[in-house]
Design a protein around this ligand. Sequence first.
Ligand code: LLP
Length: 431
Amino acid sequence: MLTDSYSVNSKGHLCLGGADTVDLANQFGTPLYVFDEKDIRNNCKAFKEAFDEYYDGNALVLYASKAFSCKEMYRLVNSEGLGTDVVSGGELYTALAAGFPAEKIYFHGNNKTPNEIAYALDSKIGRIVVDNLFELETIDCLAKDKGIKAKVLFRIKPGIDAHTHDFIKTGQIDCKFGFALENTEAYEAVKKVTTLENVELAGIHCHIGSQIFETEPFVLAAEVMLNFADKIRKDFGITLGEINLGGGYGIKYVNSDKPVSKNESIKLLCSAVKKACAEYDYPLPKLLIEPGRSIVGASTLTLYKIGCVKTIKDVRTYVAVDGGMADNPRYALYGAEYDAIVANKADKDKDFEATIAGKCCESGDLIGENIKIQIPEVNDTLAVLATGAYNYSMSSNYNRIPRPAAVMVNDGKARLIINRETYEDIIKNDI
Ligand code: LLP
């Protein structure tokens, strides 16, 4: 099994966080997203404890809520003492609606609208992470109107190539996010901010990509960022109080994935930052990271009902489920791999090769190809594992399919955290 949260009970059923997934499918219907609360809490704690151990706690872990945004998730990470990063007015609205402390919210995005910026300033959120000069000017103008000084970080492209899927790498110069270092864009932006009266540069930020297994790119990014911070101090006399090194820590989707432990990742990061600070005689800044997937992705699953098993002789067997790319577009988008288990036969061998297909009107609507599962039959419950990050948050109503419900389990007990959409919901904005 991918993590300790998954187990098989005496009925041969797959369990997550002690809850029988076949029972969950019967109780809440399918498709159904299922999250293990304990694991999410443990992930939050693991990052925090590592910073206590290696950085004397002078750090803030921001949950990157684009991975899975809903009110209960904000309540949960808040209760673990984390901050959060939001990337749109909608995420900000959800966080605030859940009672998330505004001062622990960091606002990202490469094209924030003036309305979103005004909303963030009015809400008195912690920091805006500035992507470009247009945004910087808008913030300055709006802050002036409101009679406040906006605290911002600059998003920097450190020029680090993280070895991950092209669509989710973000540290290199050819990328839509942030200011590049190589072509002095970042330097010019700092020069610009020193001329603005209503904006204060509190720190710098970078995010090199997502689902990264190596530690070296993170360490390199930390070194590059500290080097730039030192240059800012020398040339502009500004000592930055915050360095935010983004998220990107990989998780295990299939057995061949080898994620680095959170403790080890943070240890390396902290030691790189401390070493660079010692070299430049730079006061240790507050360190921030923004894990999303590694908080919410791993000990989770989506439950589906198998509706048809279509064997095309000498070609392959399609196992069609009652969801698909509308609730999980990651295979269609990135060719992302998943492990799957027939939940009501979890004690049986996985000796059947299946292509898991969804119900959308599109040939590319697949959850995975050539996946080994138990022999599938109509009405079986199929669990696709590790779907907690970037599934619900990237889901759509393609083909007017209502979004699934989501439940949180804890010690075998489940509670609904997101209602299943209804057909009424689907037409509610139609005129
Ligand atoms: N911080 C920033 C500025 C980000 O852009 C992201 C992710 C994160 C933090 C969190 O990264 P994580 O720890 O989750 O890797 N939809 C893609 C992933 C896109 C990631 C976007 N940014 C997927 O399904 O793989």
